[in-house]
Each structure stands twice: as C-alpha cells, then as structure tokens.
Design a protein around this ligand. Structure first.
Ligand code: NAD
Ligand code: UDP
Length: 327
C-alpha cells in the first residue's frame, strides 16, 4: 500500500537514494533538509514529481507534518563536517531524534534512526556484533557524533519502552556511492576525486587501519526492509558489508581502477580514528533477509564513473550514471 514517508536528511547522499527508491516503489516522499551537507542538486530532478515534496527545515526544531512513517537521516556524517561545528552536531543528533520521536509518537507511526558503527568507537571486539557496547572516548573530537548518535539510540529505546513508540534503529557501517559530494571528506570520495584530478592521494596514518565498505544501493535495501519489518523488530541491527579492507588497499584499488598518475602520500592520523571495523550481519540476514550483493570492486567502478562524469558534466552526471528508475 502506498504511504507518505518523511525522509529527514533526504537531500544528503544516502537520503537522496532513499527518496528515489521510495518513489520508485510508488510511495509519496516528503524530503526535509537544511542543506548543511546535502545539496539541492541531489533532489533537483525529483522536484515537480507529483509524489515528491521538499521542505527546508532544521530537525533540531520541532516539526509538525502528516506522514505514515519517518526515516531520520538528518546529521552530518563525515568526520570533517561533523567536527567543524561539534556543538551543532550534538544538537542535531539529540534534538533531531527527540523531535522526530515526538512527531512519531503523536502520529503513532514508525520512525527509523540511521545510527552508526561509530557507536562502537575504536572497538576492542572484532568484528562488531550488536551486543557489543563499544569503546567511545566521550570527550574527544569525534564524541559530538559518536555520543550524539549513542544518545539518540537511548532516546529511541526510551520512547519505545515509555510510550510504546514504534521505533527502529539500524547501525550503518561505511557506505559509499554516487551522489556523495566532492568535498564530503570521507575516504572513498576523497581518494576517487584525488585520483581523477591527478592530486596526491592522502592516506591518514600508515593505512593499516581497516573499514568495511557498503555500496549505497545495498544499504538502502536494508533501510527499506527494516522499515517494512514487524513492529517487534526494533533493532539495533547492523547494516554493512562484511568485506574488510585496509585503507592502503582501498587507495591501491582506486589507483588501479582510475589509471591515475597520482602519488599516494601520508598525512597524520586523526585523533581517535578507529583501528578496525567490520560488521557482524547475522541479525540483518536472519531477521530482514538482507545481504549486501555489490562487491567493493563493482561499487567502486560505479562511483568512479559517477565522479568522472560529474567533473565534466556537473549536475547532469547523475542522469548519465545513475540507473534510471521509473518514479
Ligand atoms: P550526508 O551528510 O550526505 O547527509 C546528511 C543529510 O542531513 C544532509 O543532506 C544534511 O544537509 C542533512 N542535515 C544535517 N543536519 C541537519 C539538520 N539539523 N536538519 C536537517 N537536515 C540536516 O551523510 P550520509 O552519508 O547521507 O548520512 C546519512 C545518515 O546516515 C546520517 O545520519 C549518518 O549519520 C548516517 N550514517 C551514514 C554512514 C555512511 O557511511 N554514509 C554511516 C553511518 C551512519
Ligand atoms: N582516511 C584517509 N584519507 C582520507 C580520508 C580518510 O586515510 O582522505 C581514513 C580515515 O583516517 C579513516 C578511514 O580512512 O581511518 C575512514 O575514514 P572516513 O572519514 O571515510 O570514515 P570513518 O570510518 O573514519 O568515519
């Protein structure tokens, strides 16, 4: 049955893919964003669609709209961006969650929180299952994001226990793909943009730290499955691709794939940068029937093609590279 979805953070990287997926499924979408890290470009081609509406709003301020379900993706996600105004990041994460939980409770509709593998911090347990409570520095430069997201999870579970709110929490591991912004600052987009522009590829530290990279189409599939799951499925559920790579391996893949002449250089490792990260996805597989399908090589090919096109063709790139869907 067609529903009206609120996608908070809908003009961001993941949000813009989610808006398209929901429209393709025949739903209505209300995209809410303050364009802090997202861009209007990401949703420009959806404007004018009869089932799409956009609203400029900050989630840290209460919102009153009529919808059937809520996705909360509104929060800067790149360390460069969330660390540039940390107090605002905490406000967004905590007050944003509070405001959307109050809306969901009032409307009696499900609300899904885009939480993060950062709740595990620099993990002492590897790979990370949902039962692990994490190892987060509460006073470091990443804390605005990590603790903000942890507090948001706390609010989600307290609203569920106290008011019976229909809450759902997923913990997203490093996700990449087309529609990341060129200046996002996260590793996949940085390396690809640097390689295509012939600039030095910047490995922070010695590049032996690991991450698990999930292609955005797989991730969006997980978000949609979580929302569609029965009310008893509240999470938290990890969503990520368990393939684990060092950052140096990633740089070497990007160099090989782009044929760039860029040099790989080293820069200082950011404070509290997690040493290793890989999700246990048994819950997602058992409960949601979800498994990521797109390998890192396949996803990187598509992402390189997107950035290669966008450097020449600007906003037209997404028409050129993204699969055309029947909205
Ligand atoms: P993004 O920065 O591209 O998207 C975030 C969106 O939220 C942007 O459009 C931004 O303008 C908007 N936003 C920020 N503050 C806002 C506010 N106060 N009010 C309204 N809108 C606001 O990042 P993304 O990668 O698309 O991440 C989306 C969500 O998923 C975030 O909540 C992030 O924490 C979570 N997440 C992402 C990843 C990942 O690897 N991409 C991993 C873990 C969690
Ligand atoms: N990183 C890097 N070069 C860059 C950007 C990031 O080596 O240009 C490293 C970063 O230090 C971290 C990993 O890549 O170890 C992933 O960083 P990202 O910012 O993408 O996400 P994180 O998982 O740290 O939130």
């Amino acid at each position: 049955m067609a529903k009206r979805y609120l996608v908070a953070g809908g003009a961001g990287f993941i949000g813009a893919h989610l808006c398209r997926r929901l429209l393709a499924q025949g739903h209505e979408v209300l995209c809410l964003d303050n364009y802090l890290t997202g861009t209007f470009d990401n949703i420009a081609e959806l404007v004018g669609h009869p089932r799409f509406e956009s609203m400029t709003h900050d989630v840290a301020t209460p919102v009153d709209v009529k919808v059937d379900a809520i996705f909360n993706l509104a929060c800067p996600a790149s360390p460069v961006h969330y660390g540039s105004d940390p107090i605002r990041t905490t406000r967004t994460s905590v007050l944003g969650a509070l405001n959307l939980l109050e809306l969901a409770t009032r409307l009696d509709v499900p609300v899904l929180q885009a939480s993060t593998s950062e709740v595990y911090g620099d993990p002492h347990v590897h790979p990370q299952p949902e039962e692990y409570w994490g190892n987060v520095n509460p006073i470091g430069p990443r804390a605005c994001y990590d603790e903000g997201k942890r507090c948001a999870e706390t609010l989600f579970f307290d609203f569920h226990r106290q008011y019976g709110t229909r809450t759902k929490v997923v913990r997203i591991f490093n996700t990449y793909g087309p529609m990341m912004s060129r200046n996002d600052g996260r590793v996949v987009s940085n390396f690809i943009v640097q390689a295509l522009d012939g600039e030095d590829i910047t490995i922070y530290g010695d590049g032996s730290q690991t991450r698990s990279f999930c292609y955005v189409d797989d991730l969006v599939d997980g978000l949609v499955r979580m929302m569609a799951a029965p009310a008893a499925v509240v999470g938290p559920i990890n969503l990520g691709n368990p393939g684990e790579f060092t950052i140096r391996e990633l740089a070497e893949k990007v160099v090989a794939m782009t044929g760039t002449t860029s040099r790989i250089i080293r820069r200082p490792l950011p404070v509290d940068d997690p040493r290793q990260r890989r999700p246990v996805i048994a819950r997602a597989t058992e409960i949601l029937g979800w498994v990521p399908r797109i390998t890192l090589d396949q996803g990187l090919e598509r992402t390189v093609a997107y950035f290669a096109a966008s450097s020449h063709r600007g906003a037209e790139a997404r028409e050129y590279v993204l699969e055309k869907q029947a909205w």
